[in-house]
Design a protein around this ligand. Structure first.
Ligand code: NAD
Length: 325
């Protein structure tokens, strides 16, 4: 049994990670500004605290902690990250968190730190062709992310690497590619495409029209939450200190994503393409290195994962309707 600190334990990935770590028999301490929104935390202890505050970091990053999973960030979907309106907060808040966490991790006797980076660090010039994006780990430089969120992540990757070089901090870093699944935010303004489209389809009647940002030909891949947690644990349990993609290679257009969800809902849905923040035209995970280095690859197909996610969001929509009546 290890003593594990999960930062961002009230968020989507953090709350699922806490549950898995508890199921695996560890003692888990969670920290976040808020408790998980959709189910009770399984953490043994849960600290409500702001990790931008060094005093909070100092109080939770103690010598007896074996591992830290650093997932806390000011983040959201395209509607949050790509409009430009949240740029300062996204950079400032997440950078402060990582500056504090890395500093106190160096001071402590923590054995290993996991940092969640993002596919958003990859250069936009490699992601203009929807059919042929390049997101190989080695393509990160020269850096040219398409958002300030990506720039903060690339800064923090470098920060943790510097901590590792200069202070022997034992660090593992993954670049997540669009993680989705039940108990992720779906109507807060921070939701990502799969959750937003599941909500739109769940709220639609037969033959209704739903809105899609852009022309829907932009491509992405989406990784189911259980596969993401498997990937995090495989990386943390390995000796691999290279930054690795944790994503799916099952690339689809946003139009296709909407069609798959409508088909799971058994609804005939029309798409209305409107202007909106869309990000790069193509993005897909490239899993050769992660496969070779830690033997991880996703197990859940997009169709299977979307079905579970749609069913959960549909039940949330029903609950919301009942509470409004
Ligand atoms: P999330 O927003 O659900 O979780 C992040 C959590 O961090 C939230 O609960 C938030 O309250 C907490 N947090 C923010 N500021 C804080 C602060 N100052 N002090 C304490 N807690 C704070 O996001 P998520 O989807 O669970 O993502 C987890 C991590 O993975 C993030 O670092 C994110 O950037 C990264 N990531 C996620 C995805 C994805 O598709 N979900 C993709 C790439 C990278």
């Amino acid at each position: 049994m290890k003593r594990i600190l999960v930062l961002g334990a009230g968020g989507f990935i953090g709350s699922h990670l806490v549950t898995r770590l508890k199921n695996n028999g560890h003692h888990v301490v969670g920290v976040d500004l808020k408790y998980p929104e959709f189910s009770e935390t399984q953490a043994d202890e849960f600290v409500i605290g702001d990790l931008r505050d060094p005093n909070v970091c100092e109080a939770v990053i103690k010598d007896e902690i074996d591992e830290i999973y650093q997932l806390a960030a000011d983040m959201g979907g395209a509607g949050y990250l790509f409009t430009g309106e949240n740029d300062f907060n996204v950079m400032h808040n997440s950078a402060l968190i990582n500056l504090n966490v890395s500093h106190f991790a160096i001071q402590s006797k923590v054995e290993r730190v996991f940092f969640s980076s993002s596919a958003c660090i990859y250069p936009q010039f490699n992601q203009t062709d929807p059919n042929n994006p390049n997101c190989e780990e080695s393509s990160a430089y020269p850096a040219d992310p398409d958002s300030e969120y990506g720039w903060e992540k690339i800064f923090s990757e470098r920060l943790y690497h510097a901590a590792s070089r200069n202070y022997d901090l034992n660090v593992r870093i993954a670049r997540f590619h669009n993680i989705y699944g039940p108990e992720g935010t779906w109507n807060s303004g921070k939701e990502k495409a799969p959750a937003a489209l599941c909500r739109k389809v769940a709220m639609a009647k037969q033959e209704d029209t739903i809105e899609i940002w852009g022309d829907g030909t932009q491509t992405r891949s989406f990784l189911y939450i259980d596969d993401c947690i498997d990937g995090i644990l495989a990386l943390m349990g390995s000796d691999c200190t290279e930054v690795l993609n944790i994503g799916s290679e099952e690339m689809v257009t946003i139009n296709r994503l909407a069609e798959m969800i409508a088909s799971h809902a058994d609804k005939s849905i029309l798409l209305n393409h409107i202007d909106g923040p869309i990000g790069v035209m193509g993005r897909n995970s490239e899993n050769s290195l992660v496969m070779k280095s830690i033997g991880w690859s996703p197990k859940v197909s997009l169709s299977e994962g979307l079905l579970k996610t749609y069913q959960w969001i549909d039940s949330e929509v029903v609950k919301l309707k009942v509470s409004h009546n």
